[in-house]
Unconditional design. Structure first.
Length: 244
């Protein structure tokens, strides 16, 4: 619903009633959707007049039933095409879930931008082909960050959490993405590598804790390589011996 508050972020700009108006007014290079439930489907966030707002009557099941059965796609074809005009590689993050309230699909974003977008979604996306290129978009999930982040705090025995630690975790995830991943349109690493990604996040966060002076472990902090090795070695392994 960012479009409703454009005037708060940009001095001298009028409030925008739709996502389309906001994109045309601001000409952004990134569009991120983060509504999470039916209560965020307010009429002020609608992408166009063709959609019915949740304020409209619904004899079959009321406002909630209408919102759940016919949610608007906020990132319409017109919105996505305009994003393609605003940037050579527009960032389109349709992170809302479940899929019924996602702002758009990966295929819609690719089609509207000629395959030039950088896309991530909050829901699983089946692989598809666009312009002869195989696309394997991966779901955006907190599993890439939070387990490793908490593990890093534990490794450093940190007594404070600071913003730079979150930035370090994000950098660790980004650095785990391979060229092969990027070639397939994936901005996240494969979930099959999640333990390695978590170890890298933990090591980077722990090192940042030492750097910022919030680690309780006395003495000189280990090297980055040693911290990563420790994170891998001390990580809990959920595998169990088979007794059958």
């Amino acid at each position: 619903m960012t479009s409703c508050f454009v005037y708060r972020a940009h001095d001298g700009m009028d409030e925008c009633a739709t996502v389309q108006e906001a994109v045309e007014a601001v000409r952004p290079t990134a569009l991120i959707g983060v509504r999470r439930h039916k209560h965020s489907l307010t009429s002020g966030a609608l992408a166009g007049d063709s959609h019915v707002g949740v304020d409209s009557p619904n004899p079959a099941g009321g406002v909630d039933a209408l919102a759940e059965s016919h949610p608007p796609r906020l990132f319409t074809k017109a919105v996505l095409q305009k994003m393609g005009e605003c940037a050579s590689a527009p960032l389109i993050f349709a992170l809302s879930r479940p899929e019924g309230i996602a702002e758009c699909t990966a295929e819609e974003a690719y089609d509207a931008t000629g395959g030039r977008c950088v896309f991530a979604g909050g829901c699983p996306v089946p692989p598809f082909v666009h312009g002869g290129r195989g696309v394997e978009v991966r779901q955006s999930t907190s599993a890439y960050v939070f387990p490793g982040f908490a593990y890093g705090l534990t490794l450093a025995d940190a007594h404070r959490v600071r913003t730079p630690m979150w930035l370090e975790a994000a950098e660790a995830v980004a650095d785990s993405v391979t060229e092969e991943d990027l070639a397939k349109g994936a901005v996240y690493p494969r979930m099959s590598r999640i333990r390695e990604v978590s170890a890298r996040v933990a090591a980077r966060v722990a090192m940042k804790c030492h750097e910022m002076g919030v680690a309780s472990i006395p003495g000189k902090p280990p090297s980055s390589a040693k911290m990563l090795a420790d994170a891998r070695r001390k990580m809990y392994n959920p595998a169990y011996r088979c007794y059958m």
